[in-house]
Write a protein that binds this ligand. Structure first.
Ligand code: EPU
Length: 340
């Protein structure tokens, strides 16, 4: 394993924040992780920070530790039943390329999750989701290396404690593991999820009445490209905040005052998920820019770095947004992005 010192992470986080890591190395197998102890001095935190695509992270200062870029690759079918295919992918594989691989082979289930930035290994950490589908719906199992116990641990879907943008890897096991391989149980016969309004509209626009999984993927790609900024052009980490899940009574009260407030069913009884982007938009932040930190002009849930913003400037903007949402609606917004 080749370890570099004082290494710039600008190209390794989609916000494009220019900070450096005290140590940086890439790994492509767990055997390389076993050698870590001999490589890094004792004065850095014992657990490294694992980077996948760097698409859900905001650095606010130099990282005084070891950053490991996950480059575990490979995609293969590991089992097949009359209805399902179990596909395993290395955690370092690009998520969207993996989805396209599944679509090309007619493995159904991930098509609504097309064009989400990041890697396969990051997908279970925050149970990525879009257009009515979350990865927990197709997740089979994963293998991860436990840094402290120095062994490979196997997780089933139950072990992962998935929730809306949540899993055990963000809580009890935060920063303790390197995810190595993830398996998905995909369908031979598609079970299409087209009920999300905007997908129906996109298919109607293209005059598609009997869509294939490729048609759904293409529709999702068009929708996402039309309103989400491409991190290669404008730095961002997708949704910066989670959609808040509020009591039904609070929603009814708000609905009385603001009849356009969007609400979605949540898996929490007596509670409803509302659109943070709508709340932020209502407070007038959409398109706001101060120096190089801004709120995207087409989707207020996405904070952007126009070039030279620091992580602290993005955090300051997010704090101002949180305060204004609290003042206007009495709702606490929670950040979705990991802050370091
Ligand atoms: N809205 C506004 N103004 C805005 C943004 C949104 O009024 O500036 C309204 C929209 O008109 C719509 C509602 O808010 O009525 C919801 O907007 P949208 O469908 O764009 O989705 P979202 O709730 O803002 C979530 C996910 C996205 C995912 C989309 C589609 C979270 C935190 N975000 O966004 O995920 O792509 O749904 O399913 O749950 C991501 O996590 O990085 C991400 C992009």
């Amino acid at each position: 394993m080749h370890v570099q010192e004082n290494f710039s992470l600008k190209a390794f986080n989609t916000f494009g924040i220019d900070i450096s890591a005290r140590y940086f190395a890439k790994f492509s197998s767990w055997e390389e992780l076993e050698q870590l102890k001999e490589i890094v001095s004792n004065d850095v935190p014992p657990t490294p920070l694992i980077l996948g695509g760097g698409s859900n992270i905001l650095f606010t200062k130099n990282f005084n530790g070891l950053v490991l870029k996950n480059e575990v690759y490979g995609i293969r079918v590991v089992a097949e039943t009359p209805d399902h295919i179990i596909v395993e992918a290395g955690a370092g594989e690009n998520w969207h390329q993996f989805v396209l691989h599944c679509i090309a082979n007619n493995y159904a289930g991930l098509e609504n999750l097309s064009l989400i930035p990041g890697t396969v290994g990051a997908s279970p950490i925050q149970n990525i989701g879009a257009y009515g589908v979350e990865i927990k719906d197709s997740f089979h199992s994963l293998d991860a290396y436990h840094f402290h116990d120095k062994k490979i641990v196997h997780f089933t879907a139950n072990d992962c404690a998935f929730g809306y943008r949540e899993s055990i890897f963000k809580h009890d096991l935060k920063n303790e593991l390197a995810i190595l391989k993830v398996r998905f149980q995909l369908n031979k016969k598609p079970n299409l999820k087209t009920s999300y309004g905007i997908i129906e509209q996109e298919l109607a626009k293209k005059k598609i009445s009997n869509p294939s999984i490729k048609d759904i993927s293409d529709a999702v790609i068009s929708i996402r490209s039309s309103k989400l900024p491409d991190p290669k052009i404008i730095g961002n980490a997708g949704s910066f905040f989670k959609n808040p899940i509020i009591p039904l009574a609070k929603y009814d009260e708000l609905k009385h005052q603001y009849d356009t407030i969007p609400g979605y069913a949540s898996d929490k009884p007596g509670r409803i998920k509302i659109a943070a982007g709508w709340l932020i938009d209502q407070c007038g932040w959409k398109g706001y820019r101060k120096a190089d930190a801004g709120c995207h002009a087409l989707q207020a849930l996405v904070l952007v770095n126009y070039g030279k913003a620091t992580g602290q400037e993005i955090i300051d903007l997010s704090n101002q947004i949180i305060v204004s949402i609290q003042n206007k609606f009495g709702i606490d917004l929670e950040r979705e992005v990991n802050i370091f």
